[in-house]
Ligand binder design. Structure first.
Ligand SMILES: Cc1ncc(COP(=O)(O)O)c(C=O)c1O
Length: 396
């Protein structure tokens, strides 16, 4: 009764939870370091966003909105892109149910079955999952831990074929915490432009880079075919509201794509109405919370890098944005990243996600840690990881 296309659909970030529930049922408390939700770690949605949603509901904004969203919020999104150097008008913005729905709309419009989309490895797994659902193919390009997790441009070039439709660029990156150099970003834009590929720019962590916000990649060339995706899930700490947007730059070249996205968007009626008012409040209001949040992330990243790199058999590229680290464990022969992660869960109650859930090889020994917990808790977490790692490597 279940369509065969879904056989390849998997989403490790949530799948590991099934194993955690078993551990909980056995009486051990589980610490969930598998999902990037700031609210779950005590960070609060800014009050002016909450007020905006309450006010919208009380004022009766509870009906369907236009499919692309309320105009004032689309204007606010467009203005934020313009301020960041990418001239785009509100008519090229669509409000979506989080970054996720934007990605799904764009992929649905761009690919036929068996078309190919270039995806980074490690990757945020929603891309592969969605392509599987659409019957299209994810083709993986390397990003290199020994080079700060930068994309391997030569590898990307070698993978482009007549059936390639798009390149996914996740910058700042989940799961690695990388921020790409301007050189790399420019090369990616040129590559896409020359080969007639669309850049699907996942920019949901743009405001959470520790040095400075990352401008939209489309700003490097507003005529290049780029679709940018973002939301208030991460930088505005409201992931449960499912409020995001996409913006289509690239001028006339992407007009047909924009039209098709709007047609598909018509079919799902609209994103959540009151939360569209939160987008307006977020992009036009006081955003002092962001500096505090970024400072908290920077502090946690420093602890994470220092503690992990001090453990025998673990190395970790310092994250430069967001709240994820992708350390590598030197695995004993024959063991996998999943063995390590499930072993860690059973022994300590700490739930991380194995790297192969993001597309790395099981034998490479990567895992992803969400480091949103408060500093003292992080110290206890890394104590437990150090103890378990010594044991795991000694008893192989
Ligand atoms: C790279 C990336 N893209 C998209 C999403 C989904 O975000 P949203 O809540 O806006 O759908 C996430 C969430 O973790 C993410 O890490």
């Amino acid at each position: 009764m279940v369509g065969s296309r879904l056989e390849g659909f998997s989403y490790a970030i949530r799948n590991v939870v099934a194993e955690a529930k078993k551990v909980e049922a056995s009486g051990r408390q589980v610490t969930y370091l598998n999902i990037g939700d700031p609210v779950a770690f005590g960070f609060r949605t800014p009050p002016h966003l909450v007020d905006a949603v309450i006010r919208a509901m009380q004022d009766g904004a509870n009906g369907y909105t236009p499919a692309a969203g309320i105009w004032v919020a689309r204007e606010a999104v467009a203005a934020s892109y313009c301020a960041a150097g990418l001239p785009v008008g509100p008519e090229r913005v669509v409000l979506t149910s989080g970054t996720s729905e934007g990605i799904e709309l764009a992929l649905s419009v761009l690919v036929d079955s068996d078309d190919e989309v270039l995806i980074p490895v490690p990757t945020y797994p929603f891309y592969t999952a969605t392509l599987t659902k659409l019957g299209a193919r994810a083709v993986f390009y390397r990003t290199d831990a020994s080079n700060g997790w930068m994309p391997d441009l030569e590898h990307i070039r070698s993978l482009i074929r007549p059936s390639t439709r798009a390149i996914v660029v996740i910058d700042p990156n989940n799961p690695t915490g990388a921020v790409y150099s301007t050189e790399t970003r420019r090369a990616l834009v040129e590559l896409a432009d020359e080969n007639g590929l669309v850049i699907l720019a996942d920019e949901v962590y743009a405001d959470l880079a520790y040095d400075a916000p990352v401008p939209p990649i489309g700003a490097l060339n507003p005529d290049a075919p780029v679709i940018s995706f973002s939301s208030i899930s991460k930088a505005y700490q409201a992931p449960g509201w499912r409020a995001g947007w996409l913006a289509v730059s690239g001028g006339e070249r992407l007009n047909a794509v924009l039209r098709a996205i709007n047609e598909l968007a018509d079919g799902r009626l609209c994103s959540t109405g009151p939360m569209q008012h939160a987008i307006l409040a977020a992009l036009s209001g006081n955003n002092e919370h962001k500096a505090t949040f970024v400072q908290a992330l920077r502090e946690r990243a420093t602890i994470t890098t220092r503690r992990l790199n001090a453990i025998d058999g673990i190395s970790c590229v310092p994250p430069r944005a967001a709240f994820y680290a992708m350390p590598r464990i030197e695995l004993p022969p024959g063991r996998t990243d999943e063995d390590y992660v499930i072993g860690l869960l059973r022994a300590t109650g700490l739930l991380c996600v194995y790297g192969s859930g993001f597309g790395t090889s099981p034998g490479d020994g990567f895992l992803r840690i969400v480091f949103l917990a408060p500093p003292q808790e992080l110290d206890a977490i890394y104590d437990a990881i150090a103890d378990f790692t010594a044991h795991f490597r000694a008893t192989a």
